[in-house]
Ligand binder design. Structure first.
Ligand code: GLR
Ligand code: MG
Length: 448
């Protein structure tokens, strides 16, 4: 009889691309396509484990360089496998640009860690071997069957202004699919966006991506949302675009309207983002959330010491699945709150969020997901459902989902047709404002 856990027989890394709307953020305008990397690992028991992480050639190559450290290893030693990958990684301890929004791969690589897609695929295999859902292998095991999720609202620019191949869904029979590719820049259109999302997915909580218009104009949209959804938790995230003074002026009158505020300000005048956020909290009585100033344990130590942050959005692509749940445990013990950040993603990441959030103790804040902007381009045969505002946790063993290989091949073909695989929101933005350049302290449409 064979002893021990199954052995990894193959690891594939497949880069994929999908379609996006002209979503606006501090960094510019989302391009027509977004990229991700998939990891597919098979084992000697005949199981397949999958993971998804950010796109781009850097991450793809980093993942491929890990193959010799994974193939041939027993899946039960997944912690040792990941440890060897971490030790072999050449990531220098350079300045990672903390607290400053950056899509530049030279900075992003310090936050997003490719190996977490491998962790996900190995945990998927372990779950299948043990016949248990992944959430049972994390932290204290499964805490809930469904995850409260928020409607992630974006300003959307008119795609006709850019000579780029954005998807047109105006003929879709689905109201949300039609709407999501159209221009939405006014408070009324943001409220309409939220209403259509509520109708389709049942969201009760909303987050507006800020850093696009002047802060007072964005607060007008927040007020309109609160008027429409008086019971809803409404949050805005300008990715640190406002100065401390501006953030205080904008947010003080919003006490009682905003439920919390995400990364209102960042580093300034020689003070770190954690120090500035602590000063913000002294002045404004709102809980703060971040995915920018506590993206690793060292940053979190200082954020916690300064009491800068109440809600840590511990994206498993930054922290790993075990790391994110570990953060959830610490936050619960300290009376703080867990949540997760997201970027554009396919439904494999959606399933990962579901499994991780299912294992987080306490009362997480409603989960972020960009997936609603990609719904319909699924790479799984059994995409987890968001119903009545909750993401359902897959019940099957491991990640609990099955790849649709035909769709993966199509998404890989789309990726291969792209000239560049790295995210560049400035290029699309330059169709709206010629010569536009990123400025971490100026909303993207404010350039006077
Ligand atoms: O919560 C956040 O900060 C994000 O979701 C940041 C991302 O850059 C998001 O705005 C995006 O991907 O466009
Ligand atoms: Mg954020």
């Amino acid at each position: 009889m064979e002893r021990g856990t199954p052995i990894v027989t193959e690891m594939q890394v497949i880069p994929v691309a999908g379609y996006d709307s002209m979503l606006m953020t501090l960094s510019g305008a989302h391009a027509p396509f977004f990229t991700r990397n998939l990891v597919i690992i098979t084992d000697s028991a005949g199981h397949t484990g999958i993971g998804e992480i950010h796109g781009g050639d850097y991450t793809c190559l980093a993942l491929r360089s890990c193959i010799p450290l994974v193939v041939g290893q027993p899946i039960g030693t997944y912690r040792a496998i990941l440890d060897r990958i971490r030790k072999a990684s050449k990531r220098a301890r350079e300045d990672d640009g903390e607290g400053i929004q950056s899509l530049d791969i030279s900075k992003l690589k310090f936050v997003v860690k490719a190996e977490w897609a491998i962790e996900c695929a190995l945990l998927d295999l372990m779950g299948q071997y043990l016949d248990l859902p992944m959430c049972e292998l994390l932290g204290n095991g499964k805490q809930r069957d469904k995850i409260e999720t928020l409607g992630y609202l974006f300003y959307v620019s008119d795609k006709e202004k850019a000579d780029l191949p954005y998807l047109d869904e105006s003929f879709s029979s689905d109201e949300w699919f039609r709407l999501r590719r159209q221009e939405m820049m006014t408070p009324e259109q943001i409220v309409q966006q939220a209403c259509v999302l509520q109708e389709k997915y049942g969201f009760r909580n909303f987050k507006l991506k800020g850093g696009v218009l002047r802060g007072d104009q964005e607060m007008e949209a927040v007020r309109a949302l609160k008027k429409q959804f008086p019971e809803g938790r409404i949050n805005i995230d300008p990715n640190g675009a406002w100065s401390l003074l501006e953030a205080i002026e904008l947010c003080r009158p919003m006490e009682g309207i905003l439920s919390y505020i995400e990364d209102p300000c960042g580093p300034e005048e020689g003070f770190s983002s954690r120090e500035i956020m602590a000063e913000f909290k002294n002045a404004v009585h709102l809980p703060t959330a971040t995915n920018m100033i506590a993206t690793n344990w060292r940053q979190f130590y200082h954020a916690a010491a300064l009491k800068s942050v109440d809600i840590v959005l511990a994206d498993p692509h930054f922290w790993g699945m075990e790391g994110s749940v570990r953060m959830g445990q610490v936050l619960q013990d300290w009376g703080l709150t867990w949540g997760s950040h997201s970027n554009n993603h396919f439904d494999i990441t959606l399933a990962t969020f579901a499994q991780v959030a299912a294992a987080v103790p306490g009362q997480p804040t409603a989960l972020d997901t960009h997936w609603i902007w990609q719904d319909g381009q699924n790479l799984l045969l059994d995409t987890p459902k968001i119903r009545d505002g909750y993401l359902e946790v897959p019940q099957g063993p491991g990640l609990g989902v099955t790849l649709n290989m035909d769709r993966v091949i199509e998404a890989n073909q789309l990726y291969n047709q792209m000239q560049s695989h790295d995210r560049d929101d400035a290029a699309s933005m330059q169709y709206l404002i010629p010569g536009w350049k990123y400025d971490s302290k100026k909303p993207c449409l404010v350039r006077e």
